[in-house]
Write a protein that binds this ligand. Structure first.
Ligand SMILES: *[C@@H]1O[C@H](CO)[C@@H](O)[C@H](O)[C@H]1NC(C)=O
Ligand SMILES: *[C@@H]1O[C@H](CO)[C@@H](O)[C@H](O)[C@H]1NC(C)=O
Ligand SMILES: *[C@@H]1O[C@H](CO)[C@@H](O)[C@H](O)[C@H]1NC(C)=O
Ligand SMILES: *[C@@H]1O[C@H](CO)[C@@H](O)[C@H](O)[C@H]1NC(C)=O
Ligand SMILES: *[C@@H]1O[C@H](CO)[C@@H](O)[C@H](O)[C@H]1NC(C)=O
Ligand SMILES: *[C@@H]1O[C@H](CO)[C@@H](O)[C@H](O)[C@H]1NC(C)=O
Length: 552
């Protein structure tokens, strides 16, 4: 009798699942899942065939016509099955030239080509997201990692092969979602009379989509953690300031970028508005004297012409001159005051940066010069290193410290890491050194080997597993998982320098842990320690007018 009941119950479950795929994980890998956008047909991941992949799911109406430069509008549910088997085009952007990629060694060219979106299709209709999940095993409702890419709010895409979520979903029992959001003038137009920061509202709409739909993919909507890097890291942190009462997420991982990075001292409403009028004038829509009339006119221009018009306003493609500005809605006008007063969503926080952030920006700058490989080789690395160190400190380490301090001072669980990486062959880009900005991402996502075409060394593979485990542990149990399961003490801003280092991934004992994961001993901990031991106030002086680094 019992057996019969069991079989019947199972049959009912299965048939319920088949009749209404709502709230049920996909029954076959890549099988159809119903969502608020409509039913979506996925595909097994190329690299991890047990992982269901849903790519290019629209979450907003195409931001074209009157919706160009405007806040996003949720898409109506499609009654037809949506083909979610390939990434959508990237959101519109100018790209970093890669004609100098030969400076970068065998793996470097491939890494840089991927980051520069070389060869990608661009389209205005780009507001899509992607899901990776393996509901066949593990928790019935899995923790969710919601990825926001970087690129200075001016470039970036989910289709970048560095950000494939399959390995995390396959090995760490999490659902991964990544979101495309509008960039540069299309996301941060600063246009008169328009909603500000619509690119951030794109991210928010996608997060609402995740909340409403992730259960159908085997995810737990009450355990979504936002993670992002660079501009994506700042975006993650903006959630805590812009959506204090309803952040949707339960934890935050801003990597190499926080709300109080130089970014908040960079673009202003005035600078972006001035750039807007420059572009509108260039395109024959009139300048400041035309005021709001410029907007309707700019909506009639082709996106190709707009990208050409904004190009002269950028320093490099990743700093377009159109970026988020304080609006006191999402981004506070006075972030220092809000941070110190604890006026933010008090979500568990894991933040940090790489040891050599600035190395990457040198590579970007070189791409804009006419230096030959030979000329570049003649520049002694010893000359560059102190400048690079200072830029890393001023641009990233200090702001991360400050963001972590706001949390610690307000009783929020917070952990910090510093990514040292190794001089891994498949992430090496050139002599600007390892652990450059972005270098932790192919390791975290487990994509270094596929992007570079060079297998991970054993040390790298182990470091990568550890890093994924840390991120997933935090996502699953953000209030204490890192401490109870991995032994990371919470960040304590009052610690002396050397014990502070113990809070930085992957170290509990600097030299020991570092050599374990990099294969080399770290030669500069003394210097870095000395710099870090300077107070956050000193750091903010460094971030002031003297070193105004573009907000990447
Ligand atoms: C699919 O989801 C939509 C929105 O949640 C819902 O209205 C619809 O009834 C669902 N369809 C099925 C077949 O479950
Ligand atoms: C779905 O999209 C893929 C990639 O664009 C294409 O190869 C495939 O034919 C499409 N499938 C259907 C049923 O349209
Ligand atoms: C726009 O700005 C660029 C770069 O500063 C400048 O060269 C150009 O003259 C400006 N165009 C207009 C129409 O103001
Ligand atoms: C921001 O707030 C801080 C702390 O309350 C204050 O010292 C500072 O003057 C404020 N900055 C601005 C620009 O108002
Ligand atoms: C890092 O690796 C590259 C290429 O694999 C090599 O040329 C370079 O000498 C290494 N640098 C250091 C400091 O080990
Ligand atoms: C760290 O490792 C070194 C080298 O093995 C050892 O001498 C030192 O005592 C360790 N420090 C701590 C705090 O464990």
């Amino acid at each position: 009798m019992k057996t019969v009941v069991l079989i019947l119950t199972t049959l009912i479950r299965i048939s319920n699942g088949a009749l209404s795929f709502r709230d049920a994980a996909p029954l076959t890998v890549g099988g159809i899942v119903n969502t608020t956008s409509g039913p979506v047909q996925g595909i097994p991941s190329d690299s991890r065939p047990e992982v269901s992949t849903y790519l290019g799911i629209p979450y907003a109406q195409p931001p074209v016509g009157d919706l160009r430069f405007a806040a996003p509008v949720a898409v109506a549910a499609s009654s037809a099955v949506i083909n979610a088997t390939a990434f959508s085009p990237d959101c519109l952007c100018n790209r970093i030239p890669t004609n100098e990629a030969y400076l970068a060694g065998p793996a470097g060219a491939r890494v840089l080509v991927a980051l520069a979106q070389t060869g990608d299709v661009l389209a205005e209709d780009c507001l899509t997201l992607n899901v990776w999940t393996k509901p066949q095993t593990g928790e019935a409702k899995k923790a969710v990692l919601f990825w926001i890419y970087g690129g200075g709010f001016s470039t970036g895409n989910t289709a970048c092969p560095l950000y494939d979520g399959a390995v995390l979903a396959d090995e760490n029992d999490v659902v991964v979602i990544s979101v495309n959001y509008r960039l540069n003038i299309f996301g941060f137009s600063g246009a008169p009379g328009q909603t500000t920061n619509v690119g951030l509202l794109d991210q928010r709409l996608a997060l609402e989509w995740a909340r409403d739909n992730v259960e159908a993919f085997g995810g737990d909507p009450s355990r979504i953690t936002a993670f992002g890097q660079s501009a994506g890291g700042a975006s993650v942190d903006y959630i805590s300031y812009g959506f204090v009462d309803d952040p949707i997420v339960h934890a935050l991982i801003p990597q190499s970028g926080v709300a109080n990075s130089v970014i908040s001292g960079g673009a202003t409403s005035a600078s972006v508005l001035s750039n807007w009028y420059n572009a509108s004038e260039t395109l024959g829509c009139g300048g400041e004297e035309a005021g709001e009339a410029t907007v309707a006119c700019m909506r009639t221009k082709s996106w190709q012409d707009i990208l050409v018009a904004i190009e002269p306003l950028s320093t490099t493609a990743i700093d377009s001159g159109f970026e988020p500005v304080p609006d006191d809605i999402i981004i506070p006008n006075n972030l220092t005051a809000r941070g110190a007063a604890g006026e933010f969503a008090k979500l568990p926080y894991l933040t940090g940066n790489t040891d050599n952030e600035a190395g990457f920006f040198l590579v970007v700058l070189i791409a804009y010069t006419s230096l030959t490989a030979e000329q570049f080789d003649l520049i002694p690395a010893e000359i560059l290193q102190p400048v690079v160190d200072l830029l890393t400190l001023a641009g990233f380490t200090c702001s991360a410290a400050q963001a972590a301090n706001y949390r610690a001072q307000n009783g929020v669980p917070v952990w910090r890491y510093r990514y040292y990486g190794g001089n891994y062959t498949n992430t090496y880009i050139n002599k600007v050194g390892s652990a450059y900005h972005t270098s932790e991402l192919p390791v975290l996502f487990g994509t270094a080997a596929s992007v570079a075409g060079i297998a991970d060394s054993d040390i790298e593979a182990e470091a990568a597993r550890y890093m994924r485990q840390a991120w997933a542990t935090f996502a699953k149990n953000p209030t204490e998982g890192l401490t109870t399961e991995l032994g990371w003490p919470r960040f304590n801003p009052l610690s002396k320098c050397h014990s502070t280092w113990e809070y930085f991934w992957p170290w509990s004992n600097a030299s020991l842990r570092c050599s374990k994961f990099t294969g080399t001993t770290v030669s500069r901990p003394g210097n870095d320690c000395k710099l870090y031991s300077q107070s956050p106030d000193r750091c903010s002086m460094l971030r002031g007018p003297i070193f105004r680094i573009p907000p990447y």
